[in-house]
Write a new protein. Sequence first.
Length: 516
Amino acid sequence: MNGAESLVKTLLKNDVDVCFTNPGTSEMHFVAALDQVPGMRCVLGLFEGIVTGAADGYYRMAGKPASTLLHLGPGLSNGLANLHNAKKASSGVVNIVGEHATYHIVHDAPLTSDIEGLARPVSHWVKTSQSASDVGQHGALAVQAAKASPGQVATLILPADTAWNDAGKVGETLAAPEPQYVPGEAIDAAAEALREGSKPLLLVGGDVLRDHNLELAGRIAAKTGAVIMTESFNTRLDRGAGRVQVNRVPYVVEAACEALKSFDTAILVGSKPPVAFFAYPDKPSLLMPEGCKLVTLANIEQDVTQALEDLAEALGAQATEPAGLAKSRPLEVPTKGVIEKQGIATVLGALIPEGAIVVDESITTGRGFFPTTAGAKPHVWLNNRGGSIGFGLPVAIGAAIACPDQKVIALEGDGSAMYTVQSLWTMARENLDVTVLVFANRSYNILHGELTNVGVQNPGPRALDMLTLDRPNLSWVQMASGMGVEAVSVNDLGQLAGAFKAGLERTGPFLIEIEM
């Protein structure tokens, strides 16, 4: 048994049975091992950012890590943006990165690079195997690291000779570390702050946004009069009719400060104090009002369920009816009308099916979707936690593979979708049940507002030209068709509703270009 075969067997033994791949020469023995060792589902992406983003989406929905297979330092580098997003989202990922044979590195061949140095900023755990006999155990350690609460990025670097040499051994099955216990002092401090605050806020994130934990937060809010909000961008939010409704801290600094100005106490549960996404001249970086008391109940590495249960008990809120349960709001599906943001939100709110997974990279178009979709059928909403664009389509791939019986809806700005447009090919190849909505406003629309936010007044034609996606216009129908995905273009709300229904009724990928 060679090192590559021992690694595949170790991954499977540790319940890692999906590999998102974009391999090269150094990884061919791992590729060959996939034939020799049955049980691994391999999904090819035509760009490494698709591979790493899909692993992120898979973990968010499956709750266990997938592996990636990447080619040397440049291949890893192509996947860094979505590994950044995965790390910010606390997603567990096991990266397998090929390397030159140990004896070849000294010759400085064209693809030689500092792979460990490239991996460290986006990884919690990095290791290079130096011998075939070590590969299996290193693989087990990588999986264990990836499974550490709430999820980590682990990168194992595999020199080619450690993959092809014999003496490979299957690694052990290693238990994942338990989440950290929240001590009683933190529970007592949060309970006291909630009792004393005249306008308290529960600012929640991470696994608090799962249905059961949101219900606990809703009971605490009802008992204490607290308001529940979540960070602007979060990993996964269970929402819809019958679930505790949670509003996000607005992205725009002025709107965020306005939304938060009245709170005198903030209890942080799986979240950090809210900060502006960027620095702007004469605008604050910290968004909570001056003098607001900040109390951390639990951070994301800790057991937030235990913390909420103990806090509810301390407050006598276990049997309290949760506050803020979203009510079902039947919406009339538009039959005509000009395409605009509220109309799109109405179509979504009326038609999102139960159990759907919504992957949101709608950027400016979708900022106002939450109020109208709050009463939709119960669903999951995935946000771009790390902010690096090109997130949505790859994450939709991973979510669809993790949950093949649930419809995935990808909300995409046209500019951001172009970063990982090759995702459409993988969706077609795997026949994934994803309906993609592309908001084709022919521009990097968010940057128009950012010019103003940083103090640029009356930008000239050269500046504005850097924000447009015309000359030529992108044809999403042609691009999707060329990659095997059926697509339509719509310019009316009635057409959008009809196309969205058609996409939801079919099994397999479908793209709707929405002309804004």
